[in-house]
Design a protein. Sequence first.
Length: 423
Amino acid sequence: MKNALALYDPQIYELIKQEATRQSGSIRLIASENYVSKAVMLATGSCLTNKYSEGYPEKRYYQGQQVTDLIEKLAQKRAKKLFGADHANVQPYSGSVANLAAYLALAEPGDTIMGLSLTHGGHLTHGWKVSISGKIFNSVQYPVSEKTGRFDYDQIADLAQKHKPKIIISGATAYPREINFKKFGQIAKDVGAYHVSDIAHIAGLVVAGIHQSPVPYADIVSTTTHKTLRGPRGGMLLCKEQHAKSVDKSVFPGLQGGPHMQTMTAIAVAMAEADTPEFITYAKQIVKNAAALAEKLMELGFNLMTGGTDNHLILIDLRNKNISGKKLAIALDRAKIVTNYNNIPFDPAPPANPSGIRIGTPAMTTRGMKEPQAKLIAEMINEVAENIDNDEVIQGVAKEVLMLCSEFPVPEHFIISNGHKQK
Ligand SMILES: *Cc1c(COP(=O)(O)O)cnc(C)c1O
């Protein structure tokens, strides 16, 4: 494949090579990113990309589904087992589409939905005004507590009583603490709302049993497959049997045409990888690495939102350092440490140049880095922050990063399975 691409399209081949070099030669701390296994890559790049399979197993609109039916049923079965769900839909193209499909399975345009404000760590698709979710629904956004930076469940319950939403969304994209999905379920129940839980970021921590699973407490659980879960880029919906038909209809034909079979195939592979003791070890290490990174950063005088982390991510409030999030993120990128600037809750600065950066540990953990490396990375971040306009220092950090990267090459195979068999 590599040779064919080099022959037919040397330009693109060269760019892919450059990106591979960038990925292996930098410390990737974007909380939503990871490295997938060779097995997931192979499935993603397989001949399944050639097949149209609109519909669901045994209910397709085109012929030639002898194999795709088997693959989709296997992907569904593995997803249901992994998450302990009654029903799984493995067709959503991404987390965003999965969320919209979940809402439209339970509500009509014009109904009220209630999700975490984007500026407090919620996702665009949780009802933010520029997203379709904030346009076709009447969106009410709940905040985090100004005092603690954490959810104030009583405040959320009060808002729910006031607005009587049709759907309450739990889940976040930049929230460093464990979420009490049981409480969200109760809040929804008390006002007769449906509960949609979006675990895009923490799905890997949930399947490893480190964080509470929303599956028992939510009508529909939505997730991406490519963040901590470490699969191909895609989305997935899990639900109780009573919602199975409306969820399926909402995805297809409601929102999508033919599913991306190559992605679904790779999702099946990733689910098998996630159903192993090695995956649990990896997921636990993600959290340990984030804790070590957080501790060292605080030692170095950084303020962290909520004063730490329970999961894979850290939100740094840079106001005491007098550096904007954007300036630090750009300087870190020059030092080959890749992060993203992020607003912090109640941020006085504008969204285009906010006061925070978000960092996460899934990708470094996949490379095999542990607490000592997490602490070293915290020191490197500090060095860049302290020398933000000194290019010589920044280039020095970049050299250290390259050395660290060469000690922890990007692995191709994660699961050395001793008799592990996927049924
Ligand atoms: C990443 C994310 C999504 C969106 O996923 P895409 O695959 O980028 O569409 C949805 N919800 C949350 C909470 C996310 O973090």
